[in-house]
Design a protein around this ligand. Structure first.
Ligand SMILES: Cc1ncc(COP(=O)(O)OP(=O)(O)O)c(N)n1
Ligand SMILES: Cc1nc(C(=O)O)sc1CCOP(=O)(O)O
Ligand SMILES: [Mg+2]
Length: 352
């Protein structure tokens, strides 16, 4: 039977409220028993109590209960593979965190159709939840890195810039414009400069909720406490780079052939770069793989894959048509009159 509109709204709200509560409980227990953090445990407990108070004062409990119809809920039989694959506690916390935020958003949106004031208060709660979830996820670096990598669409390879101030200003404005991953790639800079920029960028990435990796140099990536290293076919093999930087950081590998993609995945790479797709101004190659390689790569990668090489706003749609929605660029932003506007434009194309 199709429920009437108001019943359906209450059903959505009831299911989402339960989801938020379960998510909060999951993180509360982790805070209390796993990391023994009184402050995190208290924050999540307070969030739960605030939600209960808000629901009790703004929504009709009898309507919520009347709308509940678990046996007929088709959602109870839809389970993603990922839910069964969640093997570590860190992954459980990350999943609970995203469940809390998504469900609060659902309550806020559908709550608007019942009481605008209620929706506004849920919005405030959602901001609080965002803050608490980010704070607990920062305690578990793998989860922050994995989450950001999963979400990443726009990846920038950048040089050390004229000075530190310009370097920092550039990262700030480009992160705000939508760049998700920054890689320090500067073949002319000294080790000292690479290291000093990396230390600053690694901290900035945490503040800006983006990723920062170092090109080629696993030693500098680890020493600067960055999010990882990107290696090509001429640098340390991915497995050895992993030994240098440890399990919690990311290893990215450049691939140009199907065999290299397979090997990178066997070696435990966290993501791959696939290229060079087109000719660009940053690096020249004797052979370009074109979009045919992307089409093949898109069907066989099990980890995030970024198309790279001469990609800009004029050809990004060809990349998307080939099955990629993640790109890595240099010239498209470096040479743009307004790099932030160019980043925002590319990002909008990728996410739509
Ligand atoms: C994301 C990403 N993809 C590919 C590369 C290229 O790496 P590599 O082949 O090692 O070439 P250099 O960048 O070192 O010249 C990359 N850096 N990033
Ligand atoms: C450094 C690099 N590596 C590539 C690869 O395919 O491995 S393409 C590339 C250049 C990326 O810069 P732009 O976006 O300006 O072409
Ligand atoms: Mg390299």
């Amino acid at each position: 039977m199709i429920p009437d509109s108001l019943t359906a709204t209450y059903r959505i709200l009831d299911a989402s409220i339960n989801r938020v509560s379960e998510g909060i409980r999951t993180i509360e227990e982790y805070s209390r028993f796993e990391i023994e953090s009184v402050s995190h445990s208290e924050s999540f407990k307070s969030l739960r109590h605030q939600l209960t108070r808000l629901v009790n004062t703004s929504l009709s409990r009898s309507m919520l209960l009347a709308a509940r119809n678990t046996p007929d809920d088709i959602g109870t039989v839809i389970q993603t593979k990922a839910e069964y694959n969640r093997t570590t506690k860190i992954q459980i916390v990350a999943a609970a965190s995203s469940r809390i935020q998504q469900s609060l958003r659902v309550i806020e949106e559908y709550g608007k159709t019942i009481d605008a004031g209620f929706a506004k208060e849920v919005e405030q709660l959602r901001y609080q939840a965002y803050h608490h979830c980010a704070s607990i996820e920062r305690l578990v670096p793998v989860s922050r890195r994995q989450r950001l990598l999963e979400q990443a669409k726009l990846y920038l390879l950048m040089d050390v810039h004229e000075d530190l101030e310009m370097f920092v200003a550039s990262i700030r404005s480009l992160a705000a414009a939508g760049v998700d991953v920054f890689q320090l790639r500067d073949k002319d800079a000294s080790d000292r400069t690479l290291y000093e920029r990396s230390v600053v960028a690694a901290k900035l990435a945490i503040e800006l909720d983006c990723l920062f990796l170092v090109n080629d140099r696993a030693d500098i990536a680890a020493a600067a406490d960055s999010d990882g290293v990107h290696v090509g076919q001429d640098e340390l093999p991915a497995k050895i780079a992993r030994q240098v930087i440890g399990d919690s950081r990311l290893v990215g590998v450049s691939t140009h052939t199907v065999q290299e993609i397979e090997q990178a995945q066997i070696d435990g790479a966290n993501y791959i770069g696939c290229g060079p797709v087109f000719g660009g101004r940053t690096k020249s190659f004797s052979h370009y793989v074109g979009t045919a390689f992307l089409e093949k790569a898109a069907t066989m990668t099990t980890i995030p894959a970024f198309a790279i090489g001469g990609i800009d706003e004029t050809n990004v749609n060809q990349v998307i048509d080939a099955g990629f929605d993640r790109i890595a660029v240099t010239g498209a932003l470096r040479d743009a009159e307004d790099p932030a506007a160019a980043a925002a434009h590319l990002k909008a194309i990728l996410v739509n």
